[in-house]
Write a protein that binds this ligand. Structure first.
Ligand code: NDP
Length: 502
């Protein structure tokens, strides 16, 4: 086993001394901390500040003051772009340290953590370029008026982010918000806050002014709820589960303030009989097992044409068994540990319920408590077949390395099964037939469709869902819609006509 060594830069971020608020590292007002566990061993290796409503209020106040001061909100967009580019550079410089922290915090394999960090730099580089490309509109309107429609930064933005891709999905939120000139208060998941606290410090060093990018760690029930219900937060952007998303939306409804939600899914991955089998099987395995299946767009429902079902299942099981489930810092690791004991119990409960309902467990399940599986929260790549659309496993988000397989016999049936879910985040289609692929892109009710591919989410194109998967978009120029508002200016080119002149 070759274990990735502790990178020299990691120690600096390993034990955060506080939140990052108003350009300073500040201890939590209440003085409490939360333990940080390595999910692969159960070891408590750090502590983070336990923020509460007081810390959130402090951060929102700092964000509002910086927004009003205009040091960022009214800065030249090109300047904002240069600063975001400098932050991307700094993240690339610190990539090994950040990847190491991410792996210890989340349990994901070091190779996948490195991909997250590179992806984070790419997100920042994209929005660095976009900063000068946010255009308003002008139009002539009746009465010899010129209509100018300005795009303005939306104000103070609250962001609540999940534990599965901590820095990467965090950057999906904070990079476009900063690009647009907003001031941000971000609350990472208490399970994985280290890299986002580090990023806020790096942002300061890169030239983001004090108060513009604040990170407050703490529990969802305390810091998260306080941020969602804070009346001075203009826009709230959230990624997480449906239950919490609903609570956040309730809080925002009371305030009558806009919200962007990304809430996960139960995404179908459809293999038609004409597909390239080798590629489709590889894509099905990657679609569910990447990041331990803790992935909002995981291809968790495999729909396979009856004619090729047995061949695909055999190939998938072989792939699942070959995945190297190893300590995440091992350079050979292809799957790490689940994020927490509670989550591992939840995943195991889903699999038990599926078997009780008639599904067949073909491989996987909880890892035997021996060797490196003795401590930590391990679950093996799992394939469930004979899963019917009436089963809970067909509908409920498991959020672990568990794929369900369901047969279909016609294109109509495949599309009907694919859409038979409350979610609509993503879908995959494997076929050699262009017309079939096009029909699927038209009829699948989801925010993302991969054709002969699964999982890549390049920053250049939007990401988000329909139905219970949420609304609004991360990534692409579309994220600018979340973080800007329109202001209409009507400029008269003619003398003012007095309505009361007669
Ligand atoms: P949550 O939805 O609870 O967590 C997402 C974020 O919301 C975290 O920062 C969390 O903080 C915060 N939060 C929790 N409670 C509140 C609250 N009352 N008000 C405001 N913010 C809050 O995810 P869980 O960890 O509970 O996971 C549950 C399920 O959600 C998973 O099994 C999975 O199905 C789904 N999920 C989907 C994700 C996605 O990418 N779409 C990501 C994560 C989970 P904290 O973690 O500190 O409690």
């Amino acid at each position: 086993m070759t274990t990735a060594p502790v990178p020299p830069g990691a120690a600096r971020f390993l034990r955060p001394r506080g939140h990052v608020i108003d350009g300073r590292v500040v201890p939590p007002i209440g003085g409490d901390t939360l333990p940080v566990e390595d999910p692969s061993t159960g070891e408590i290796f750090s502590h983070i500040p336990a923020g509460d409503a007081g810390d959130v209020a402090h951060a929102v106040q700092a964000a509002r003051a910086s927004f009003n001061a205009g040091t960022w909100s009214r800065a030249d967009p090109a300047h904002r772009g240069r600063v975001l580019w400098a932050l991307a550079r700094s993240i690339r410089d610190q990539a090994e340290a950040l990847a190491w922290l991410e792996t210890r915090d989340s349990g994901k394999p070091i190779a996948e953590a490195r991909a997250d960090i590179t992806g984070t730099a790419e997100i920042l580089e994209y929005y660095a370029g976009l900063a000068s490309q946010i255009f308003g509109q002008t139009t002539r309107v009746p009465g010899n008026n010129l209509g100018m429609v300005l795009r303005e930064p939306a104000g103070v933005v609250g962001q609540i982010t999940p534990w599965n891709f901590p820095l990467y999905v965090g950057a999906w939120k904070f990079a476009p918000a900063l690009c647009c000139g907003c001031s941000v208060v971000l609350k990472p998941s208490e399970l994985t806050s280290l890299t986002l606290l580090a990023a806020a410090e790096l942002a300061l060093a890169a030239g983001v002014p004090p108060g513009v990018f604040n990170v407050v760690s703490g529990t969802g029930a305390s810091a998260g709820a306080a941020l969602a219900s804070h009346p001075d937060v203009d826009i709230l952007a959230f990624t997480g589960g449906v239950v919490t998303g609903r609570k956040v939306l309730h809080a925002r409804a009371d305030l009558l303030r806009p919200t962007q939600l990304e809430l996960g899914g139960k995404s179908p991955n459809i293999i038609f009989a004409d597909a390239d089998r080798v590629q489709a099987i590889a894509g099905a395995a990657f679609g569910i097992f990447y990041n331990q299946g803790e992935n909002c767009n995981a291809g968790s429902r495999l729909l396979v044409h009856a004619d090729i079902h047995d061949e695909v299942v055999a190939g998938l099981i072989a792939r699942a068994r070959a995945i190297r489930v190893l300590p995440p810092l091992d350079e050979q690791s292809q799957m790490g540990a689940l994020v927490s004991a509670a989550h591992a119990r939840k995943v195991a409960g889903h699999v038990e319920a599926a078997i009780a309902e008639g599904a067949s467990l073909r491989c996987g399940g909880p890892a035997p408590r021996q060797g490196h599986f003795e401590r930590g929260h391990w679950f093996l790549p799992t394939v469930l077949t004979d899963v019917a659309p009436t089963h809970r496993a067909f509908h409920e988000e498991i959020f672990g390395p568990v794929i369900t397989v369901t047969k279909f016999s016609s294109d109509d049936e495949a599309i009907e099964l694919a859409n038979a879910t409350e979610f609509g985040l993503a879908a995959g289609v494997w076929t050699a037939d262009v017309k079939r692929a096009l029909r699927c892109t038209q009829e699948l009710r989801s925010g993302y469709v991969w054709i002969n591919n699964y999982n890549p989410t390049p920053v250049e194109v939007p990401f988000g869902g329909v139905k219970s998967s949420g609304f609004g978009r991360d990534c692409g120029p579309q994220a600018v819609d979340t973080y800007t508002t329109w202001k209409t200016v009507l400029w008269s080119l003619a003398p003012f006509e007095d309505w009361y002149k007669h």
